[in-house]
Design a protein around this ligand. Structure first.
Ligand code: FMN
Length: 226
């Protein structure tokens, strides 16, 4: 145990620079300071069990696109088993249930995945100044103790900047109820940051990269503690 701790500290010291090459050259985003091989080379840790929830109701969905981008950045830096839940796909099943026992298997599996995750990425479109009703309905079914101390990276997409504070005024209080560890830096995007449901805005991509970089040590701690 003591040896493991020693090696882990060394792994942090030996950090290198990795380049996350996005699809087009203009979309290159650098995350410095992490390389997943450093954390896995001594088999000290198992893969991070990362679950993302996208609250997008439509397909395609900008919320889903942002969620996918964040997952991609995390997976490039850490060994992960990732799972993405799109609430729009579960909408008919979720909306018809008022108790968890009424939920069909697919919705129950999605809830179990969230509850058993090491870490979460949650993204919602802004609807009427807040997360969507179905996003709240989904998390109303999550056990109130299931997210205690879980790191949660918060993200949202709105039609404009007007409701950017959804992250701090709506999402953060919801996950504070769960006693989750909401990460300090969230990611807010607007419709104009996307072309054909792909992130295009450089500032947004820098923000996403920074949010993920800041999240990685918290994800590492969670994985190491399990
Ligand atoms: C019912 C509804 C309500 C919305 N309310 C807001 C809002 O209050 N503020 C805002 O900035 N955008 C609002 N929007 C715009 C969406 O948040 C935005 O287009 C978002 O990118 C949609 O994400 P999606 O592609 O994942 O569905 C609303 C859209 C809909 C359909």
């Amino acid at each position: 145990m003591l040896r493991n701790k020693t090696v882990r500290v060394r792994a942090y010291v030996e950090l290198t620079t990795v380049q996350v090459q996005k699809k087009a050259p203009s979309q290159t985003v650098r995350i410095t300071g992490y390389h997943k091989d450093h954390f896995m080379k001594d088999n000290l840790t198992r893969p991070l069990h990362l679950v993302a929830v996208s609250g997008g109701m439509q397909r395609p969905s900008k919320a889903a696109a942002l969620t996918g981008h964040l997952l991609e950045l995390i997976v490039d830096a850490l060994q992960c088993e990732q799972h993405m839940i799109e609430l729009g796909l579960l909408a008919p099943q979720l909306a018809g249930a008022v108790s968890r026992s009424q939920l069909p298997d697919a919705a129950e599996r999605a809830l179990a995945a969230v509850e058993q995750a090491d870490a979460l990425v949650v993204t919602t479109p802004v609807y009427r100044g807040s997360y969507t009703g179905l996003f709240k309905h989904f998390f109303d079914f999550v056990h109130q103790d299931a997210l205690i101390d879980k790191p949660v990276l918060l993200a949202a997409v709105g039609g404009s900047e007007r409701h950017a504070l959804i992250i701090d005024h709506q999402l953060r209080p919801l996950f504070s109820f769960f006693q989750a560890r909401t990460l300090p830096l969230g990611v807010y995007a607007t419709d104009k940051d996307f072309v054909d449901y792909r992130l295009q805005d450089d500032a947004l991509m820098q923000r996403a990269a920074l949010a993920v970089k800041r999240a990685l040590p918290f994800f590492e701690l969670t994985r190491g503690a399990a």
